[in-house]
Write a protein that binds this ligand. Structure first.
Ligand SMILES: Cc1ncc(COP(=O)(O)O)c(C=O)c1O
Length: 452
């Protein structure tokens, strides 16, 4: 049985009409990874407005680790809808907010007292984590990484790395932000090779001499595995080395687990797999099971630094979103989705490594758990980013019923963000489409390179 069922070409006529209306009604700055409009979704499957059924490898940009319309999540939201929908936690409080805070305090890395605040988006959580870190340390500077992505609000944009389309044209950006290289071994900023480099990039003492004084730095913000930057997975020593230096100088560590969190990387949080014990942890995306919800969780004494009324907001920790998140956490536990992420990742890697030996285009296969990616390069030696080929692979996929999204500073990474509840058969079918996409794009490249 095939899960992908195509009744029209993709995009179908109805999707095309709606996209025309979208182009008139919404600004061009809103990007569309596919030209498809959705009518319904369940688990890892999407039905579009033309009656086509597609497999979802994007999960609404990594927000659906528990799948579309996870039964427990839908039940929890329904129950909350029948009670009340909004009061603002700042005006009339409710237990769901407190319960979820208690739960995150307990399950996030670090065996110390913690507190949690809820906001509406990953970017807003990043803003708050930085506010809280500065307030606690009374220090101004923030260290961040090349290739990082933290959001589109001003402060989150400032700590984001990629210039186009994220930062260019929006300057001036907030100051006291300093950027250092990440453990991106495939494209090392120092042109060194792991492991003989001895993790040169993590030894940031020189930065404290040449760029910004250690005692001026409030925090370093890091994605344990970079998401938008291209699923860049640092070597195991990277965070332990960096953490030791931060501890020595009283610099806080903020882990941005917006994309890595909630079982995606084969553990509840990627920090656990990379020897990272953050002072503050930022979560969003899959936390809400499809509803907008984000959190900052951290050491209680740090979280208590801002005074009464200095943090919060009208909608942060919406009652339905908190109930949905509690159900997400139950679902992850009950279905052991961290273990499932590792199985899915292994399955992908086996096939991807075969593809890599077959097609030069696949420069690197990398990731942890189900957070796997392929970096595409025009040649094994030059590693020239294959951005156009990446776009073609993604286009082939959605035209053949697989929705996936790309990533990478150079736009040359294919990333996997399928719901972790995807079945084995759905996963195999999706990988068949991806394999066919590579066959098609790689053949086109050969045809161009060797005209007859
Ligand atoms: C690591 C990371 N941080 C922050 C954000 C921003 O989250 P949001 O889009 O919810 O503002 C994202 C979004 O992709 C992300 O991947």
């Amino acid at each position: 049985m095939s899960f992908i069922q195509l009744r029209t070409k993709i995009p179908g006529p109805r999707s095309q009409q709606l996209m025309q209306r979208a182009e008139f009604a919404t600004p061009r700055g809103l990007y569309h990874a596919t030209p498809v409009f959705v009518a319904g979704a369940e688990g890892a499957l999407i039905e579009d407005v033309d009656g086509n059924q597609l497999i979802d490898f994007a999960g609404g940009i990594g927000c659906l680790n528990t799948g579309h319309r996870a039964p427990r999540v839908i039940d929890a939201i329904r129950r909350q809808l029948d009670r009340f929908l909004h009061t603002s936690f700042n005006v009339l409080s409710y237990e769901g907010y407190v319960k979820l805070a208690e739960r995150l305090n307990q399950i996030t890395p670090g065996n110390f007292p913690k507190k949690t605040i809820f906001v509406n988006s990953g970017a807003e959580a990043v803003e708050n984590a930085i506010k809280i870190a500065r307030c606690y340390t009374h220090r101004p500077a923030i260290l961040c990484f090349e290739d990082a992505f933290h959001g589109r609000t001003y402060m989150s944009m400032a700590v984001t790395s990629k210039t186009h389309p994220y930062k260019a044209g929006f300057e001036p950006l907030p100051g006291e932000v300093y950027r250092v290289p990440f453990g991106y071994c495939y494209r090392c900023s120092y042109s060194l090779s792991y492991p003989s480099c001895k993790m040169h990039c993590a030894h940031i003492e020189d930065t404290f001499r040449r760029v910004v004084a250690a005692e001026s730095v409030a925090a370093v913000i890091a994605e344990p595995i970079m998401g938008e930057g291209g699923f860049i997975t640092p070597p195991p020593e990277f965070f332990p080395v960096l953490s030791e230096i931060c501890r020595k100088h009283g610099i806080l560590i903020i882990a941005d687990e917006v994309q890595t969190g909630f079982a995606r990387a084969g553990a509840l949080f990627a920090s656990e797999r990379l020897g990272l014990e953050p002072d503050l942890i930022v979560t969003a995306k899959s936390l809400g099971g499809g509803l907008p919800l984000a959190a900052v969780t951290g050491r209680a004494k740090i979280m208590d630094a801002p005074g009464y009324g200095a943090v919060g907001g009208t909608f942060g920790g919406n009652p339905a979103a908190c109930e949905a998140a509690l159900a997400v956490l139950d679902t992850i536990e009950e279905q052991n989705l961290s273990a499932r992420a590792n199985i899915l990742g292994e399955r992908f890697r086996k096939r991807a490594e075969q593809w890599q030996s077959r097609w030069e285009l696949i420069g690197e296969v990398r990731g942890l758990g189900a957070m796997q990616a392929l970096e595409l390069a025009r040649s094994r030696t030059s590693r020239e980013p294959a951005d156009e080929e990446t776009r073609l692979v993604s286009q082939y996929c959605y035209e053949h019923g697989l929705v996936l999204i790309t990533a990478g500073t150079y736009g040359n990474v294919i990333r996997l963000l399928m719901p972790l509840v995807i079945t084995d058969a759905q996963m195999e079918e999706a990988l068949d489409v991806l394999e066919a996409a590579f066959a098609s794009v790689a053949e086109k490249r050969t045809a161009v390179a060797q005209p007859v």
